[in-house]
Design a protein around this ligand. Structure first.
Ligand code: XUL
Ligand code: CO
Length: 437
């Protein structure tokens, strides 16, 4: 059965191609900064947005027209799995990612739900073997079902906590079965609405305990994925505990979990937290905590997570700059946690959207690599901080200065002179690279 009739493998045709079903910049085997684009970018398709979501919003019903929707129940899940591998292989993306509930429907009991999962996981295992497509990460959806109304790892109801733990256990087993490279926790409802009814300390202790049990169980079954926490400041809860990179790292350190996790950072989550994506990546990177990326972009006029496909080239350049400076994305990847707009309801739009995102990231990678090769920003930064290379600055940097020695220096050093930060000039140079590369 073919789900994307009339669409063949997406090829690289290069700049100037007018074919909407071809890459203009993403050339998987092209070497940039010592590695192929494919190796740098490690793209993944997000199962939930691309194969499961139907375009519903708070004001209207689903709009997506999908030819697998002629089925229901487990048959629908099977058709989706088939369609997903056709799509991923035609697009030429090496990875995919999913939540447990994206791939198989819930049954009447947890046992039945897990049986449904087993059927689809078995199918996927075969598809993965046949196509070479790999699982970047899997995770558990502990936010959609009404049982998670008070949270999962941070719920006020111990019975729900137990259910959540069972769900995590099953998902870890699935991750092992499918050889997932990473395993993600996104705390969809791990937060609170009002402190008036909230025991914050107990909720955080319980969440840490859930993470600890997950690490222990993964070890027990020999599942060696990189564990990731995905920060987000709000939505669906008003205040989510994993607010941003810094807050999440503090949580991990408080509970002694920092050696077991890295961060999965998402562009639109960063902007919701009042940060740029590159800020979040830098914070993680300088702490050795950069794990993986969820690629998308928000809308600066809207205050929620719009999860648009990334096409802002400055943004993808600055993102890939941070990734290259980090020494790469390691076992992580660039997962398109992005959805086509509600009005882009045809199946072909799924290709157009991913091609746009992949080209935007490929271009960003090339420009970032060139900026680094030419040491454009390195020279700016080195020169800006050169006062810490010599004299009193070198003493400060070496940690040998004291309040007394600095006072003695300040007494005899006046007037103080500052130099311009040259922000506008530097941004113009980045634009020049974008236009010429
Ligand atoms: C929600 C979000 C999730 C996580 C996985 O904003 O980003 O889809 O990536 O649960
Ligand atoms: Co995400």
């Amino acid at each position: 059965m073919t789900y994307f009739e009339g669409i063949s493998t997406i090829a690289y045709e290069g700049r100037g191609s007018k074919n909407p079903l071809a890459f203009k910049h993403y050339n998987p085997k092209e070497v940039v900064a010592g590695k192929t684009m494919e190796e740098h970018l490690r793209f993944a398709v997000a199962y939930w947005h691309t194969f499961t979501a139907n375009g519903t919003d708070p004001f209207g019903a689903g709009t997506m027209v999908r030819n697998w929707d002629r089925y229901t129940g487990l048959d629908l899940a099977k058709a989706r799995a088939e369609a997903s591998f056709e799509f991923i292989t035609k697009l030429g993306v090496p990875f995919f990612a999913f939540h447990d509930r994206d791939i198989a429907p819930e049954g009447a009991t947890l046992q039945e739900t897990n049986k449904n999962l087993d059927v689809i996981v078995e199918m996927m295992k075969q598809f993965m073997k046949d196509t070479g497509v790999k699982l970047l990460w899997n995770t558990q959806n502990m936010f959609t079902n009404p049982r998670f109304v008070h949270g999962a790892g941070t719920t006020s109801n111990a019975d729900v906590y137990a259910y959540a733990a069972a769900q995590v256990k099953k998902s870890l087993e699935i991750g092992k079965e499918l050889g997932a490279e990473n395993y993600v926790f996104w705390g969809g409802r791990e937060g609170y609405e009002t402190l008036l009814n909230t025991n914050m300390k107990l909720e955080l202790d319980n969440l840490a305990h859930l993470y600890r049990m997950a690490i222990d169980y993964a070890q027990e079954i020999g599942f060696d994925a990189q564990f990731l926490i995905e920060p987000k400041p709000k939505e669906p809860t008003k205040h989510q505990y994993d607010f941003d990179a810094a807050t999440t790292m503090n949580f991990l350190r408080t509970y002694g979990l920092q050696d077991h996790f890295k961060l999965n950072l998402e562009a639109n989550h960063a902007t919701l937290a009042g940060h740029t994506f590159e800020h979040e990546i830098r914070v993680a990177s300088i702490n050795g905590m950069l794990g993986s990326l969820d690629a998308n972009q928000g809308d600066m006029l809207l205050g929620w997570d719009t999860d648009e496909f990334p096409q802002d080239l400055t943004q993808t350049t600055l993102t890939m700059y941070e990734v290259l400076k980090n020494g790469g994305i390691g076992r992580g990847g660039v997962n398109f946690d992005a959805k086509v707009r509600r009005a882009s309801f045809e199946q072909e739009d799924l290709f157009f959207a991913h091609i746009a995102g992949m080209d935007a990231y490929a271009k960003g990678l090339k420009v970032a690599a060139k900026l680094i090769e030419d040491r454009v920003l390195e020279e700016v930064v080195e020169s800006r901080y050169r006062s810490f290379q010599v004299g009193i600055g070198a003493e400060i940097a070496a940690g040998t200065a004291t309040l007394k020695s600095l006072e003695a220096y300040a007494y005899q050093n006046h007037p103080i002179r500052n130099v311009s930060g040259r922000q506008e000039r530097i941004k113009a140079v980045v634009n020049e690279y974008l236009l010429s590369e």
